[in-house]
Design a protein around this ligand. Sequence first.
Ligand SMILES: [Zn+2]
Length: 376
Amino acid sequence: MSDRFQFSVSATDGHARTGVIQTPRGEIRTPAFMPVGTAATVKAMLPESVRATGADILLGNTYHLMLRPGAERIARLGGLHKFMNWQRPILTDSGGFQVMSLSSLRKLTEDGVTFASHVDGSRHFLSPETSMQIQRDLGSDIVMAFDECPALPATEDEVAKSMRMSMRWAQRSRDAFGDRPGHALFGIMQGGVTRDLREESAEALKGIGFDGYAIGGLAVGEGQEAMFSVLDYAPGFLPEDKPRYLMGVGKPDDIVGAVVRGVDMMDCVLPSRSGRTGQAWTRRGQVNIKNARHADDPRPLDADCTCPACTGYSRAYLHHVFRAQEMISGMLLTWHNLHYFQELMVGLREAIAAGQLAGFVTQFEAQRAQGDIDPL
Ligand SMILES: [Zn+2]
């Protein structure tokens, strides 16, 4: 196991890459999908169950954890890994995006942002310096620079001003992070859907120097077509020898499209959130388990899936426990969804290594086009 943070690409296929990020807490195989453990738990899953789906790394949310139970408390209790019983790598976001999307009474200045907690209304302050301190208290392996993501719709001028402030904050994040061997700091590219702004942002970040680079400000409602058009050029502005992380993505077809365009890491609440609302993701598309057509169906959700939900239970059972609001419903569907997302990543990594990504994508799209299994 490496005592340093190190990324190596072992194969490429077109713009897509596969490789490994070495960290003192274990390897992260790329392209990687990171399940989201917002409040120090991937909802409805034990950490060992998350690992069993194939996850190498989790994402934790700085905003939620600083408000409850508090980063200093987690530090006193031995750090986030120990607190939540996940010994493998953890990436924490900077809190910037959640402040914008969840808090109220925000006051944004060059210094940082003051806001009211969505939990109890208490007042807090986040800045590049405080975000770095909180992520250090949590013990995060991959720390994200503190940035601002402008709310959409925004004019190009607003996006440019916000991006330039985020770049000044990126420098402050770098300075505050300091020298922490074995831990990584990622910068975040902004610039909306404007190519020149994306390039300007990438140049600013490269000038500061980071261990990895995130593409921020996408998957915020601009639509898949606009997102892919940015991903057609944005990864190319970033260094080839560092990981590229697309934040908050996505649906399976978003993931495939991002990997094809050169993205190495992604995260999304979708598999766990969908699991709690009766939505399953399979190789043949989305399945709504609450639909009455499943009530008498003895077949598994996906006969080819090896997860506990598919090997042990029928669609009829999954339908029943969802309707009855039993906790096992969210547990089984979340497990299935996370398993499917990680299987997709395995397939992508193997296809890139074999130089057969185009064929993989064709098969992925053909299976989705089939739709869910035939009626009984
Ligand atoms: Zn399954």
